[in-house]
Design a protein around this ligand. Structure first.
Ligand code: SF4
Ligand code: SF4
Length: 88
Protein backbone atom coordinates (compact mmCIF):
# COMPACT_ATOMS: atom_id res chain seq x y z
CA UNK A 1 0.00 0.00 0.00
CA UNK A 2 1.34 3.44 -0.92
CA UNK A 3 -0.28 6.67 0.14
CA UNK A 4 0.47 10.28 -0.77
CA UNK A 5 1.74 12.05 2.34
CA UNK A 6 3.74 15.20 1.65
CA UNK A 7 4.41 17.73 -1.07
CA UNK A 8 8.09 18.67 -1.02
CA UNK A 9 10.29 20.42 -3.58
CA UNK A 10 7.70 19.98 -6.29
CA UNK A 11 7.67 16.21 -5.84
CA UNK A 12 4.83 14.28 -4.32
CA UNK A 13 6.35 12.25 -1.53
CA UNK A 14 4.67 9.10 -0.34
CA UNK A 15 5.61 6.53 2.25
CA UNK A 16 4.90 2.88 2.57
CA UNK A 17 5.09 1.27 5.99
CA UNK A 18 6.30 -2.28 5.57
CA UNK A 19 5.30 -4.20 8.67
CA UNK A 20 5.97 -7.86 9.56
CA UNK A 21 3.35 -8.77 12.16
CA UNK A 22 5.03 -12.13 12.82
CA UNK A 23 8.02 -10.40 14.44
CA UNK A 24 6.13 -7.75 16.42
CA UNK A 25 6.64 -7.84 20.19
CA UNK A 26 3.40 -5.96 20.73
CA UNK A 27 4.58 -3.40 23.31
CA UNK A 28 3.36 -0.43 21.26
CA UNK A 29 6.57 1.60 20.99
CA UNK A 30 5.59 2.62 17.44
CA UNK A 31 2.25 4.01 18.62
CA UNK A 32 4.00 5.96 21.37
CA UNK A 33 6.50 7.71 19.06
CA UNK A 34 4.28 8.45 16.06
CA UNK A 35 2.98 12.00 16.31
CA UNK A 36 0.82 11.55 13.21
CA UNK A 37 -1.50 8.85 14.49
CA UNK A 38 -0.60 6.40 11.77
CA UNK A 39 -0.60 3.38 14.10
CA UNK A 40 -3.57 1.92 15.91
CA UNK A 41 -4.27 -1.23 17.90
CA UNK A 42 -5.89 -3.88 15.77
CA UNK A 43 -6.57 -7.61 15.95
CA UNK A 44 -4.45 -9.16 13.20
CA UNK A 45 -4.42 -12.73 11.91
CA UNK A 46 -1.40 -14.29 10.26
CA UNK A 47 0.27 -17.65 9.75
CA UNK A 48 3.48 -18.52 11.58
CA UNK A 49 5.25 -21.89 11.41
CA UNK A 50 2.12 -23.43 10.01
CA UNK A 51 -0.09 -22.12 12.80
CA UNK A 52 -2.78 -19.50 12.55
CA UNK A 53 -2.07 -16.67 15.02
CA UNK A 54 -4.56 -14.04 16.18
CA UNK A 55 -3.15 -11.14 18.22
CA UNK A 56 -3.89 -7.54 19.09
CA UNK A 57 -0.88 -5.54 17.95
CA UNK A 58 -0.15 -2.09 16.49
CA UNK A 59 -0.98 -1.78 12.81
CA UNK A 60 -0.09 1.10 10.41
CA UNK A 61 -3.70 1.75 9.49
CA UNK A 62 -3.47 5.40 8.40
CA UNK A 63 -0.40 5.44 6.19
CA UNK A 64 -1.73 8.47 4.31
CA UNK A 65 -0.81 10.55 7.38
CA UNK A 66 2.83 9.42 7.46
CA UNK A 67 5.49 12.13 6.99
CA UNK A 68 8.40 9.70 6.80
CA UNK A 69 10.20 10.65 10.03
CA UNK A 70 11.08 6.95 10.55
CA UNK A 71 10.77 7.20 14.36
CA UNK A 72 8.71 4.01 14.35
CA UNK A 73 11.40 2.21 12.38
CA UNK A 74 14.20 3.41 14.70
CA UNK A 75 12.34 2.59 17.92
CA UNK A 76 11.16 -0.87 16.89
CA UNK A 77 13.22 -3.38 18.92
CA UNK A 78 12.53 -6.32 16.63
CA UNK A 79 13.15 -4.67 13.26
CA UNK A 80 9.72 -5.48 11.93
CA UNK A 81 9.02 -1.95 10.63
CA UNK A 82 10.50 -0.37 7.52
CA UNK A 83 9.49 3.04 6.15
CA UNK A 84 10.03 3.24 2.40
CA UNK A 85 10.05 6.60 0.62
CA UNK A 86 8.74 7.01 -2.86
CA UNK A 87 8.40 10.11 -5.02
CA UNK A 88 6.52 10.78 -8.23
S1 SF4 B 1 7.58 7.32 9.81
FE1 SF4 B 1 6.99 8.80 11.43
S2 SF4 B 1 4.99 9.57 10.77
FE2 SF4 B 1 5.38 7.71 9.59
S3 SF4 B 1 4.40 6.06 10.77
FE3 SF4 B 1 6.55 6.16 11.44
S4 SF4 B 1 6.57 7.51 13.23
FE4 SF4 B 1 4.61 7.83 12.16
S1 SF4 C 1 7.73 -1.01 17.83
FE1 SF4 C 1 7.89 -2.86 16.55
S2 SF4 C 1 7.79 -4.57 17.99
FE2 SF4 C 1 7.06 -2.76 19.09
S3 SF4 C 1 4.82 -2.84 18.86
FE3 SF4 C 1 5.62 -1.54 17.20
S4 SF4 C 1 5.91 -2.89 15.43
FE4 SF4 C 1 5.69 -4.19 17.26
Amino acid sequence: MVFIALLKSGKIMSYEIQFDARRCGGAGECIAVCSRGVWEWRVVEFSFLGRKIRRQIPYPAKQELCVGCKKCEFVCPTGCVRVVEEST
